[in-house]
Design a binder for this molecule. Sequence first.
Ligand code: SF4
Length: 421
Amino acid sequence: MKNTTYEQIFNRLVKASYNGNLKQEIEAIQANGDATTQKYIYYAMGNGDPDKVVFQLDEDTSKAGHHPEASCLFDDIVRDMEGKVVIQDRNCAECGHFIDTCSYHNLIDKKEFIPLIDILKKREVPVFAIVAPAIIGQFGEKVTMGQLRSAFKHLGFFGMIEVALFADILSLKEALEFDRAVHTQDDFVLTSCCCPVWVGMVKRVYHTLIPHIMPSVSPMVACGRGIKRLHPDAKIVFIGPCIAKKAEAKEADIRDAVDAVLTFEEVKQIFNATGINPEEMEDIPSEHSSTGGRIYARIGGVSKAISDTLDQLRPHKPIKINAVQANGIQECKELLRSISNGEITANFYEGMGCKGGCVGGPKALLTPEIGAIHVNAYGLTANAPTPVNNPYVMELLNTLGIQDVDSLLEGESAQIFQRKF
Ligand code: SF4
């Protein structure tokens, strides 16, 4: 049992929870386990500080050659007086990249699924899976969104909603924010869509740029809040390639939106544990997002979606979006530093904490290159290129009490999409 991995234990616990013999399975694992096994069980069950998502297994990290602090670009992993490794909250954007780079496998992320299984099994409360745009292709080349919807329903979810549909709403909002903020060659904005690592860096390290971040929530938060407005008793589970989203969901001003976050890697383990093969599932199509919302998942997608949306909303605006992207955490840091130093070369800045964008997320199942191919191909199958041509977006806004696109900036109903930085 000593060589049993965190993932194997999670897999066994998921299977046992669905089979109704969780207690016995925990006892069986404990009977053959060691101290590390105990910790695996503890975190796999969703325990630990409710405000944290990354934990150290071994406190004694003073061994020679153990240098996790070298993996943090923000010098936020440090040593205390006794030589123990400490992850500080000061600048940490909880990007999650250091989990896989720790050669001692000493860092793990909390699993949030097992406490949900009882709720899913009882089906008394509607639980929605909201899926990141990067999901397409991750569970099989030919697996459709409709088949994934079936797979999640099999697990007990009430429904599956594409976050891309709410990315469409934010493309409208951010295009309007750009229109409001940028009037001269000296004006510029930073997008708040959709990476918490990028936003976190600005908030924690490059504070002087805060006035330039557009005041919007991420598509994940928009989606969670939108569904909860229509189904106030609903529980929302975000599914993506990202560990930073686990931390974003716990931020004080937006923690109302999302109840749990699962990674693609965890979902794969859950499908394996429950014997679900998405390829064999029935297709239940219900996809209404536009090309713009779907390509948020790859680097440059947010810039393109918002730029195309602005061109349609404000065709006569003399200043167009001139975008620059930071691709990966290192580039985010360098770009923010140069903007802070007054080196302004664009009027719209997009930053993605992962190379390639979310398709390069730490818990994606495909390479960023293959993930991007799927994302672009899926984008091309949309019925509308931007939210401006997408009748479902207007219908959704009306259902949420937002009468027209311009009300996204001022209207009370649209406050669910606003964020103060
Ligand atoms: S770019 Fe990476 S860190 Fe940022 S939201 Fe996407 S997966 Fe998460």
